[in-house]
Design a protein. Sequence first.
Lengths: 244, 597
Amino acid sequence: MIEVEGLTRRFHDRELGTITAVDHVNFRADPGEIVGLLGPNGAGKTTTMRMLATLIAPDEGTARVNGLDVRQDAAEVRRSIGYLSASTGLYGRLTAREVLEYVARLQGCPDAAARADALVERFEIERFSHVTCDRLSTGMRQKVNIARALVHDPPVLIFDEPTAGLDVLVAQQLFTVLEEARAAGKCVLYSTHIMGEAERLCSRVVVIHGGRVRAETSMDELRSRAPDGRLETAFIDLVAGPSA
Amino acid sequence: MRARAALGDLGVVVRFELLQHLRDPATIVLMLLVPLLVYPLAGWAGHRALSNMEADAEARVFDVAVEPAVPLPANLSSKPLDPSATVVASGQVDAAARVRDGRVELWWDSRSPDSADARSRLKAAITEHRRSEAALRVTVRDEESERDAARSRAARFAPLLLLFTLLSGALYTALDVVTGERERGTLETLMVSTRTRAIVAAAKFLVVTAFSLVSAGVSLGLGAASLAVLGGLRLAAGEVVGTALLLVPLAILVAAMVTLAAACAPDFKSGQVLALPVMFVPLLPASVAALPGFPLTPFTALLPLGGASLAIRAVLDGTASWPLVSLALGSTTAYAVAGVWATARLLGRESVLLAARGPGERRARGDFRVEALITFALAALALWFLGQAAQSRHMLGGLAFTQVGLFLPLALLAPWWLGLPVRERLQLHWPPWTELARGLVVGLCLPGLALTVGQLQGLVLDAPSGLLAGLLEPTTPIWWSLLCLAVLPAICEELLFRGAFLGLWRRPPGRWQAVLATALAFGAMHASIFRLAPTAALGVVLGALALRSRSVVPGIAAHGLNNGIAVLGGYGFLSLEPGPVAWTGAAAALVLGLRRA
């Protein structure tokens, strides 16, 4: 469902020169699984996900999402994914329901208004659906954003640190949504640096650091690498070395 | 089917973008309240102020001394002084005149506006008196012509006000829907929701154009109504429709310009900093409509923004020649199409939509176009402040200094400063002999090209004769003229333009874009509207030679020969006139110079 081979992206910084943010990354994620993309800040997680979402182009390598090449079939890739990140904002002067209807129309949903109503009900945002997004709380806004990513019922979900700033209750609702998506056979790529979230959701993980993949394995196998059997220890050993 | 789906997407994005934007109070203030309140009142107040100033000036009485006495109008007072420069310089009178042996001597002080007015009135009075010794004067007050004058005054400022409303309506909208949305993250949301970036770019552009047009339309309607109610000036329906028609491509052009500026701003704050020059720059060419001495002609109709402004003025003051207005409409539409094309290209880029790439990254990809433009700007500044000063002291010596002291160091320093291989960027390679021979033959033909382009240009723009004559003095040794006007420019200008500028511009964009940009810069550097087209045409051929041969040497040979022939023509050794020989030379230069470049 997601196949990444040799994916590379460089940026140029005036002071630092050329930085390889993602350096020949390979991994895959299949239908019916939630794959965790784990890494510290600046590891290259967001850049990888932005390339999979066709927001930025890779300098080298290939990536296929739902069988479609991110470079050649960018428009169809966008139809196949639900993408959520810290930088996907909502129109502040549109209401929550208007945002959902807007995106539903763009994604070609046959009855956009009905789809928006259904999501308002599913995410329990009826009370706020006619409030402009600028006036919503952080949690409410993120709920609307999650609904926005799911509006066209895509087969692939790419969620980049979606729990940032969320309270426990909203985070819990998000986990339920993702578990339902997995049960429905969708492929979920989930980036986080909170180990607890990864342990709860992900059956497999890809650990990325310095733009390179340090491990691609099952959650159980990764935990077993640590002397204390904890994911956090295994993760730290991978990104900072066993002595850290 | 795909086009229909794309149109559907476009409609959806435009609808929701408009909804989002119309809920912004600042938009309503800028789009409706500002034109509603400020511009009609400002226009009317300006019109009244101008009328009052002219009436005041007409009523003011100036002191004059005139010998022998002539009948003077009521606003001139004769003083019993001997007319001379002294009485004017000492301030005893504003102007003085003496009529002797059928000749009139007039003294006035050019630093004083009062003195200039007094001179005009005194001159008119003397002329009137001499035309009819009886000095019978009949004053006819024609109410209609006064109204015409008022209308003409209003028409002079209307294009500027309309352009200002177009800009104010477009600028805030462009900043909000491009830079603001990028900062708020909604652009990214949109990008992952829609099929193509072109849809997003087109929708943003349409929204900016719509707001700009509504703003100017409201301003036009209210301005016309204010003039009718307050000034007693009624515009005909055809005049309003003609103006509105001109506003459409003007709005598209303005929308393209401000959207480009907004897209280039990395964040909203930078966009606000850009707003002032973005507002100011388009108003400059448009201000020709407010100046006397700029009629709508086949040439002025082609001026970007200026042509449309002059056409609006002509439509509003009732002096429109419809073929010329159509030409202005056509040229503005062409500029608007070019603007839309540039905006679509820029907005479709990842770097612009997501601010993902900075200047360092651009340079890392070999794109040095901005640096090429900076080099050109530095050369223009050096020419303006240092070169012109040197040339005003000694024309040929100043030219030599400009070439060797300014252009040559800049050409060598630009790639070195950027850390690029100087020899490679400047194309300092010895070419194959065939290419050098081509350069020499093309050089012999280039004067024909310049003459032919100048002849074609003369159809729309009358150039003053003897442009080269100002540079040559009969007493100057010919070797010195050839050195300063042919040899040094050939070496230094080729290194600057076909070396540094073309070398920086040529990658990664298309080769012809680089040649055209270099040619335009080369033409503009000659700092004369009359020489722009001929020198730009030479620049195209010289650029093509450099691209073809991968060397600056054939261009140096061609440039040197062209200028040398012009110098010999200036000394009278050759006859350089447009005609069949020149046309043949032009054709040969184009065929040989542009062939498989």
